[in-house]
Design a protein around this ligand. Sequence first.
Ligand code: PMP
Length: 390
Amino acid sequence: AASAADSVVSSAKKTPTAIPSDSVINLARGDPTMYQPYWRRMGDKCTVVIPGHDLMSYFSDPGNLCWFLMPELDDAIRRLHRVVGNAVVDDDRYVIVGTGSTQLFQAVLFALSSPQNPDTEPLSVVAAAPFYSSYPEETEFLRSGLYKWAGDAYSFDKDGAYVEVITSPNNPDGTIREAVANREGGKLIHDLAYYWPQYTPITSKADYDIMLFTFSKATGHAGSRIGWAIVKDKQMAAKMVKYIELSSIGVSKEAQLRAAKILEVIAVDCASSGPDKEENFFEHGHRLMSDRWEKLREVVKRNGVFSLPKYPRDFCNFKGKDTDSSPAFAWLKAKDGLNCDNLLREFKIITRGGPNFGVDSEYTRVSMLSLDEEFNLFLERLAEIKGATN
Ligand code: PMP
């Protein structure tokens, strides 16, 4: 895992100025700074002004089951999903806002495991390896009696209640996934953080019982800490709301208002047509991502030390044509069983190694969402590795 010192480098102030060529580049986290130049170009289009007397109450919509969700955000979320076509948001679905989808993941675990019968075992939480490294950490950190991390869904064979987290496209390896635990009766959480057109073809409207999305990866505004769940069952939704009520009495209204504005601007841009139509956010994001992937594949092919997964091309309903996947992370594999994370560290590239995701150290995860300057430096250093290992 990256050390605290590494994180400091990664979160250090990032300006468009040149990065010293000998500095450490931290690509261990998926900090989506790549989108910043786009939003800078948008100028005041998304500016939100909040007078001192505004947004003071705890409550946003007392009549709604999710009483702290601002109606503006609810509307913008549903509108954007309708425009993109990546999730069913019919009126009978509950939208629940959280402080990032990180809080919602914990709210779901609480909702699925309570009230607990004192005689029953904690709910087992599984995900197919390689899985998002935060799931085990978030599940275990409070040593809850309600639920416990039970590892790789492929090898899960315990009795009792379980929940499988399905991340699609997957973090870290970008694959499209379905449930794999070989048992009846499990509950499913679909984490769709990356089910947006810049990362993957949108092949159908997701229509699962519990779906998680995040503002962080949709638009790049990770600092606002806004995520949302789309939930079919009312009781489930009510328990999730209870969790958020107990842990933070709701979600920042300033953040919700900003998210609502930005999501609405994107939805309007995507829905508009005409000769003067500018490239919308997702078209821009997809062009940027596929350009990066092309460059990365070229370097990997030339140096022969690593390999990358291949993704099928598919028809994207949003773009109306066949498109390639361009995941938010590169899942690099070092040939000859080398420790990939360590190898890259020798070249001052910090990544997150396979063992964090439940697999071998020949794999490592590299963020594809950094600023251009960092990404280019990463490619330059990667290209140098050939000579060093031959
Ligand atoms: N799920 C997945 C699969 C993620 O990759 C991330 C962010 N790295 C999250 C959830 C958490 O997102 P948020 O910033 O909304 O807490």
